[in-house]
Design a protein around this ligand. Sequence first.
Ligand SMILES: Cc1cc2nc3c(=O)[nH]c(=O)nc-3n(C[C@H](O)[C@H](O)[C@H](O)COP(=O)(O)O)c2cc1C
Length: 248
Amino acid sequence: MPQRVSGRCHTVVVETCPDTPGKMEHMSSHDLRDRRLDYDANSLIDNPSADPFEFFDHWLSDATQAQDEGQRFEATSMTVSTVTQLSDGSWQPQGRVVLLKEWDEEGFVFYTNLDSDKGRAIETNPRVALSFNWSELERQVRIDGVAEQVERTQVEDYFSVRPRKSQTAAWASHQSRPIGSRKELEEAFEAAEERFPSDEPVPTPPFWGGFRVVPERIEFWQGRRSRLHDRIVFTRTEDGWSTSRLCP
Ligand SMILES: Cc1cc2nc3c(=O)[nH]c(=O)nc-3n(C[C@H](O)[C@H](O)[C@H](O)COP(=O)(O)O)c2cc1C
């Protein structure tokens, strides 16, 4: 029987058991076809702002406010997707979650190990995509752009305000490289702790840095009833941004 669960702003219909006998007989994999939400948490985008940064600011504020009010999600988390070339010459997209740490009209900044898989991918192909999924607000923002390295002084500035254990962990972790065991990782962390006296600041590792994604296309997606969602896309032009509405 379908179960109806009322949420803050929407209704979830989860069909745990198919009404039609034999409906899933041919399925050997997990069947999620009947899990669906009807999106109606937020209002129209009838008059979208002409400025994508103002728009983003508004939506990010809504997301951080929802988090501050107790919703358990990371408002500043975003998937960064890179496209890397494999040894056989084929192109492989790779996505992973990072945290947005700074943003302005110049771009969207995250910090990472420059020698990680993503760091290496960006070095050879700086075209990346960011995507925010604020599912509690039934909103998505997609940003396509080109990544550039953040200036060293800005990187050091940010590194200096990270918690000390996160700073030490950055030294201990050869991000994306194999390690034999959890124990080895913890030993590397302890060695890094011993290396830097506790009364002195931990220096920024030379292999640690940040990327600023300079946007070329920014899309705002608002879930709406009956899958008639809103999609407003901003594309960079020579003298600003052009706007259009896309079919959902
Ligand atoms: C919520 C969340 C936040 C994360 N934030 C970061 C981050 O800011 N920087 C980072 O390098 N990795 C972050 N990670 C880990 C990455 O998703 C990823 O595992 C790591 O960067 C290695 O990716 P790569 O091997 O593709 O380079 C985060 C993961 C999660 C789930």
